[in-house]
Design a protein around this ligand. Structure first.
Ligand code: C2O
Ligand code: CU
Ligand code: CU
Length: 481
């Protein structure tokens, strides 16, 4: 490459948006003393509206540099900026179109985790975006209000791409909920990630891959969230590669869970602790008093992926708080319970070691399961040795039981990712969608990214009911490294 001087570089960078300093939303430099820097709130991505009303959201995957931890900047990747991505917000009924441009030096994909959409638009490992290319999936948002997210899904490289920083939130609105909803004011995203000091760790090392002891919230290390209202809704996403969080407040205060991965709960549930494995989301409403400070923490557990007590973020409230609407007794917009028909199909999945399901590693050319459109099925996930979780694309499910015991009320709503503790069996009532495509699969997998990348993943297609027997179990794979 031709040598260029700094001034020429800055001129080019300003034009192309390459330098992190020129990004629209720079990551604040890490403060070694800590808990003073305001936590960055990812900006809302403004769509452009076409003549037919279609909302187009533009995302560019790019490289940058960020000082995530004290000690100087490191190479990071982000959407439209050096680290993480903007928040996409759309409402049920919107026709959306994503313009995803890959400015990385290697192929990637962007998966809309939690969105109900046709398999071709899903952004799994089959929808690869080559360097320099633009991919434009589109669909009609038709699902209950949710906190979803987006992240890369290139087979074998998801752990590295997500760890570098490629992830963002995707909020779906569906009518008034009575909950706080002013983004960044009383409706605040919290993306939880753990990092190690090594700027380029091996994401596939050890049993679980990367487990860090430096905690970031929205890319901010030891930050502060300033609260100005009596109640705040936090949309919490576990965007970590492997870590499970057990969230509590420093004073063990009670708070309410109002939603899970795939929708609101029918009514708020009071708790003083929630657990979250990678990929899971939870919506909380927390009450505050004026002039207080309280830490949001994660407590250590006993499952290897939850080692260590860590402070995540300090919440500091203003000397006087503006009034919030009362917490609704029922939450309008919560999805109806999933009803399992008497003759429901039961499928069993055994998680083996850290790289296989039912004895098989992921094969992009193999269709593992064929599901009729609109079905409600029982999926039984049996775990053997290590901690795992289980995520299914496209669907919403409810946990029927864990080793025969009903789930705690706060985790009994609609979900798409669930913790499967070692040596236990989780039974799910899974509601599949109506988009059929016998040639393009959706994924199910452990969302511990080291496991997903090593092959703990399978593929299913959704087809016209009655045509299951005619589906080819092998598909061509267009995959060039
Ligand atoms: Cu969030 Cu298949 O993943
Ligand atoms: Cu997904
Ligand atoms: Cu796993």
């Amino acid at each position: 490459m031709r040598q260029i001087n700094r001034r020429q570089f800055l001129a080019v960078a300003a034009l192309t948006g390459l330098a992190s300093a020129c990004g629209s939303d720079p990551v604040p430099a890490a403060d070694p003393a800590g808990f003073r820097t305001e936590v960055r709130v990812p900006p809302l991505l403004k769509p452009s509206r076409g003549e037919d009303g279609t909302l187009t959201f533009a995302l560019t995957m790019r490289r940058g540099r960020s000082e995530l931890l004290p000690g100087g900047p490191v190479e990071t990747w982000g959407f439209n900026g050096p680290y993480l991505g903007p928040t996409i917000r759309a409402a049920r009924g919107d026709n959306v179109r994503m313009k995803v441009t890959n400015r990385l030096a290697e192929a990637s994909t962007v998966h809309w985790h939690g969105m109900r959409l046709p398999a071709e638009m899903d952004g799994g490992p089959h929808q690869q975006v080559e360097p320099g290319a633009t991919w434009t999936p589109h669909w009609t948002v038709d699902q209950p209000a949710t906190t979803s997210w987006y992240h890369p899904h290139p087979h074998g490289a998801t752990a590295r791409h997500v760890y570098r920083g490629l992830a963002g939130m995707f909020i779906v609105d569906d009518g008034p909920s009575g909950l706080p909803s002013r983004y960044g004011v009383d409706d605040i995203p919290l993306i939880l990630q753990d990092k190690v000091l090594d700027p380029a760790p091996d994401p596939l090392k050890g049993t679980f891959g990367i487990l860090g002891d430096h905690m970031l919230v929205n890319g901010t290390y030891r930050g502060v969230v300033n609260v100005r209202t009596e109640r705040v809704r936090f949309r919490v996403l576990n965007g970590s590669n492997a870590r499970m969080y057990h969230l509590t407040f420093g004073d063990n205060r009670a708070f309410h869970v109002v939603g899970g991965d795939a929708g609101l709960l029918a009514a708020p549930v009071e708790v003083d602790r929630v657990s979250l494995t990678p990929g899971e989301r939870v919506e909380l409403v927390v009450a505050f008093t004026a002039g207080e400070q309280v830490m949001l923490r994660t407590a250590s557990g006993s499952d290897d992926i939850d080692e260590g007590d860590h402070d995540l973020v300090k919440i500091v409230t203003a000397p006087s708080l503006s009034a919030s609407p009362p917490l609704p007794a029922r939450l309008p917009g919560a999805p109806a319970p999933i009803v399992v028909p008497p003759q429901a199909t039961v499928r069993r999945f055994r998680l083996n070691g850290h790289d296989a399901i039912n004895g098989k590693e992921m094969d992009m050319s193999r269709i593992d399961e064929v599901v009729p459109a609109g079905a409600v099925e029982i999926w039984e996930i049996e775990n053997t040795v290590y901690a795992h979780n289980f995520h299914i694309h496209e669907v919403a499910f409810q946990v029927l039981d864990v080793d025969g015991t009903k789930p705690a009320p706060w985790t009994a709503g609609h979900k798409d990712t669930v913790y499967v503790p070692p040596k236990s069996t989780v039974r799910l009532a899974v509601q599949f969608g109506d988009f059929t495509d016998p040639k393009t699969p959706y994924m199910y997998h452990c969302h511990i990214l080291r496991h997903e990348d090593s092959g703990m993943m399978g593929q299913f297609v959704i087809v016209q009911p009655g045509t299951e027997g005619q589906v080819s179990r092998t598909i061509p794979v267009h995959h060039h490294p």
